[in-house]
Design a binder for this molecule. Sequence first.
Ligand code: FAD
Length: 329
Amino acid sequence: MNMSEPTQFNAEGLRGEMLRDEPMAQHVSWRAGGVAQRMYRPADLADLQQFLRRTPAEEPLLAVGLGSNLLVRDGGFRGTVVQMVGALAELRMDGELIYAQAGVPGAKLARFAASNNLCGAEFFVGIPGTLGGMLAMNAGCYGSETWQKVVRVQVLTRGGELLERTPQEYEIGYRHVRRISDLGFGICGEAPQTDFAKSEILNPKSSEEFFVGAWLKLETGDVEKARQDIKALMEKRSASQPLQLPNAGSVFRNPEGGHAAKLIEGCGLKGKRIGGAEVSQKHANFIVNAGGATAADIENLIEEVRTTVLQQTGVELHPEVRIVGEKTI
Ligand SMILES: Cc1cc2nc3c(=O)[nH]c(=O)nc-3n(C[C@H](O)[C@H](O)[C@H](O)COP(=O)(O)OP(=O)(O)OC[C@H]3O[C@@H](n4cnc5c(N)ncnc54)[C@H](O)[C@@H]3O)c2cc1C
């Protein structure tokens, strides 16, 4: 492997690949943004464990799945992005449970469940992320959420320790997951956020633990219906979402009892544009890269939508998408 830089990593015995100045636009669904100083592509779970054992504690690390809910600012991510797709791909039955590793895409998981006569995983097909990303976000749709199916998760700590945890060890909510540690603030998959309310850019915080796998419990049921539901869900998505242009799904969480898309549309923001970023005409809670958008265009448009909705309706919208990295000066 090419690991001549950075020198602080002890690459001996590692089987993965270390890339330098990797354009994150190639790894996020918005197809925009800056570079990751380093990207590590582990060979498998054991290799990732070795990598973490050798990585200095001060190195900022960021797990990335399919980048379908992520934006890296134009100034890039100063640290190492760890790519889960490809490396953590195991998917099998473990007794009555499904064991899937964090790099398994949602659609593959949904189809695997159906082919094993299991129901309840259909919704995963509509979420274009990995299991790791879905665990970090508690992704969901049409009334189902990822953690409703989880019996146990498997995590790797920063120090490379492989642990199993139960859902009871996490505070789980709508697009929110946080580990309840002994200190009361443990973080798992909770990435740094822009504090839009204060227009303050918070420092990138490292991922403290990585989700590397999970055991899921599903129901036996009418699998033919599950297959039809998967097909119907795909059709519904392509009818209602601007899937032909790069996007990151819903930008804002729905406010309590309301719909972000309705509020944004009500404020006349459909079609609003900053640079190459545009509020979708098809779905107002989507921002699309209509061509050549920078991360700054997207982030500025998110802020513009947030302030306009706040001024016109008094409702404060909170971004669902994760924004990391440095602004350009
Ligand atoms: C067209 C479209 C439709 C969408 N529809 C939905 C929907 O219906 N419902 C929904 O909930 N979401 C939806 N999304 C958003 C997105 O797909 C989900 O949030 C998904 O869970 C992100 O998974 P990912 O693997 O792409 O994560 P990424 O975008 O790569 O990462 C997201 C966050 O998770 C963290 N993370 C990733 N992997 C790990 C890991 N292994 N361990 C710890 N942290 C990790 C990252 O550090 C980052 O903070 C949609 C997105 C698109 C583009």
